[in-house]
Design a protein around this ligand. Structure first.
Ligand SMILES: Nc1ncnc2c1ncn2[C@@H]1O[C@H](COP(=O)(O)OP(=O)(O)OP(=O)(O)O)[C@@H](O)[C@H]1O
Length: 270
């Protein structure tokens, strides 16, 4: 419905406001858990449509807490966070948000295809569309020939590709990735980084928020890096990565890359 309205050039006032003011907007966002832990303090951040934003920071700086609030699984204790001009819970209901975690969380007894179709099945999408959409995203991640295979027959990198395909199947406007490549070997990790950028490039409107502990990964992938400090979690710096896409493996060894890595590292250790 909303997509149709947008295509016709008519946007609801709330959406228009969201586009103008930022796609995800945090204002003085704070979170104190019931045991007194201050996970976030006064976080201000505006994320625009189509950005690829990486969060880096030490363990416990509140990155997952931000994700929990964006998805409506946790509520702020102070300030506000809105997604597409509405509440996180509402945005989630509209299936505009998908997640990928470090643990691929695939159902072991279901084939690759069934795993990928699951989000659509849960939403009551008809079987024919489920199949078409599953094929579309499995093609994107290079696994169309593995549709009938069980997860245990796949390598770690392939399982992660299935997990990414499952997240993409509902055509999300916002993709949240919490250390998705943290458990993979370096070569697989770099391959998946390249593939993820290709996928993101195909859909200029999808916004990706990506948590990583790896400074190199943050510079390679993102349009902007948000550096956080621990206890209480705050934004120490936001750094633009003004390097055009597509980015290829040559970028990983370019002087510009090293210079940006140094900048992010300096902000982390400040
Ligand atoms: N449910 C909870 N109750 C109490 N404290 C919590 C809860 N969840 C998280 N915390 C604490 O809040 C702080 C931020 O946690 P969070 O998981 O958001 O950090 P993180 O940056 O994602 O960490 P990591 O990189 O290790 O995953 C930490 O000190 C954590 O121990």
């Amino acid at each position: 419905m909303r997509h149709e309205a947008e295509a016709a050039g008519v946007m609801a006032p709330a959406i228009e406001e969201a586009v103008k003011s930022g796609f995800v907007r945090m204002e003085n966002l704070s979170k104190t858990y019931p045991n007194g832990t201050v996970a976030l303090h006064d976080v201000n951040l505006t994320i625009h449509e189509g950005e690829f934003l990486c969060f880096v920071g030490p363990s416990g700086c509140g990155k997952s807490t931000i994700f929990k609030i964006i998805t409506g699984l946790s509520s702020p204790s102070g300030g506000t966070l809105d997604v597409f001009g509405t509440t996180p819970k509402e945005a989630r209901k509209q299936s505009d948000i998908s997640f990928v975690f470090q643990d691929h969380t695939l159902l072991p007894w279901s084939t690759v295809e069934s795993n990928v179709r699951l989000p659509l099945e849960l939403r009551g999408v008809d079987k024919k569309t489920q199949k078409i959409e599953a094929e579309r995203v499995l093609e994107m991640v290079g696994l169309k020939d593995y549709m009938k295979v069980l997860p245990r027959q796949l390598s770690g990198g392939m399982k992660m590709r299935v997990s990414i395909a499952r997240a993409l199947v509902s055509r999300p406007k916002l993709l949240l990735m919490d250390e998705p490549f943290g458990a993979l070997d370096e070569i697989t990790r770099q391959t998946l980084q390249n593939e993820l950028l290709n996928i993101w490039q195909q859909d200029k409107k999808m916004t990706v928020l990506f948590v990583t502990h790896n400074v190199f990964e943050s510079v390679f992938l993102s349009t902007r890096v948000v550096v956080m400090t621990a206890r209480p979690g705050k934004i120490a710096a936001t750094l633009d990565i003004p390097v055009p896409f597509p980015r290829d493996d040559e970028f990983r060894t370019a002087p510009r890359f090293n210079e940006l890595v140094r900048k992010v590292s300096a902000a982390l250790h400040h």
